[in-house]
Design a protein around this ligand. Structure first.
Ligand SMILES: [Fe+2]
Ligand SMILES: [Fe+2]
Length: 300
């Protein structure tokens, strides 16, 4: 398989899907963002004991719970995919801020910073399980990329009035090769890979030139991380038995189902226009083609 196969696939898919009439006006409709449409839910009082994200968000394990000084609680559903969550990432309490763009980029900066830990841990695990020097070096390079992404997204968050928050990550526990392969299937082959595709879209569709430039860098790096995820999947697949491989395939399918749920929420108008976040219809078109590509690669 060509090393730049995913990059070409993402580029062609984005250019084929991007509306020819797309343009950037200086006026964005809906100056006062509707919190519900941007995935932020406001609760009167605190987060209920025993409650969890799935009570409020389409993606069961992803939300940010933020108590406010006014006694309400903001629940922000995660819709960002441009990074790898380490297994020991603690739930975040991000400052909500007024601007939906600021919230988006603060959320992205948080996940990018968490991804540094994920790749550092992965590099150590690959080495411990006897992976090639090339795979280990690629994971270490990805960790360095994520440092740069954190800087870029933190800068955009501040530019739009958001407040980036450093992730809290507990020390990694020792893991079996199957556990590593499961995480790689979900976080790498599905989520980070789809994040690379969405970043490619944003690099073309964002009206804000600083966002476009940042997403160009991120799209190129994340596509390389996506290729790394598939290389790790190939390497680990030859070392797992059939039952373990079936569990990895099941986890990959479940992650695709989660993405389908997550792309049912319509992003706010400013996110679509200035940040180039794909509308629900565009995200679903991208995801349908992406799913076929994931299935093709998994079967190869
Ligand atoms: Fe990444
Ligand atoms: Fe990243």
């Amino acid at each position: 398989m060509r090393r730049d196969a995913l990059r070409l696939f993402f580029q062609r898919l984005v250019l084929a899907t991007l509306p020819l009439t797309a343009g950037c006006s200086t006026q964005v409709d809906g100056g006062n963002p509707d919190l519900a449409s941007t995935g932020v839910i406001v609760l009167d009082g605190g987060f209920p004991d025993g409650g969890n994200c799935s009570d409020y968000c389409a993606a069961p394990e992803r939300c940010i719970i933020t108590p406010t000084d006014a006694g309400t609680t903001l629940i922000q559903c995660y819709t960002d995919h441009t990074g790898r969550r380490p297994a020991t990432l603690r739930p975040a309490a991000l400052a909500a801020g007024e601007s939906e763009l600021g919230r988006l980029f603060a959320q992205m900066a948080h996940l990018e910073a968490a991804s540094v830990h994920a790749f550092q841990t992965l590099a150590g695990e690959l080495r411990a399980y006897g992976a090639t020097d090339r795979l280990v070096a690629a994971a270490l390079r990805a960790a360095d990329d994520e440092v740069r992404h954190t800087r870029l997204m933190s800068g955009l968050a501040r530019q739009f009035g958001g407040q980036p928050v450093a992730p809290e990550v507990d020390p990694p526990a020792s893991r079996s090769l199957e556990e590593i392969a499961l995480e790689n299937a979900v976080e790498g082959c599905v989520r980070e890979s789809f994040g690379a595709l969405v970043a490619t879209w944003q690099a073309h569709a964002a009206c804000d030139p600083t966002v476009r430039r940042a997403m160009m860098v991120i799209a190129a790096d994340e596509t390389r991380h996506a290729e790394l995820a598939w290389s790790i999947a190939g390497w680990s697949g030859t070392r797992l038995d059939g039952t373990a491989r079936a569990r990895v395939a099941e986890a990959r399918q479940a992650a695709l189902s989660h993405l389908r749920l997550e792309t049912t929420r319509e992003p706010g108008a400013e996110l679509v226009s200035r940040a180039g976040v794909p509308s629900t219809a565009h995200a679903q078109t991208l995801l349908a083609a992406f799913t076929l590509e994931v299935e093709r690669r998994a079967a190869a």
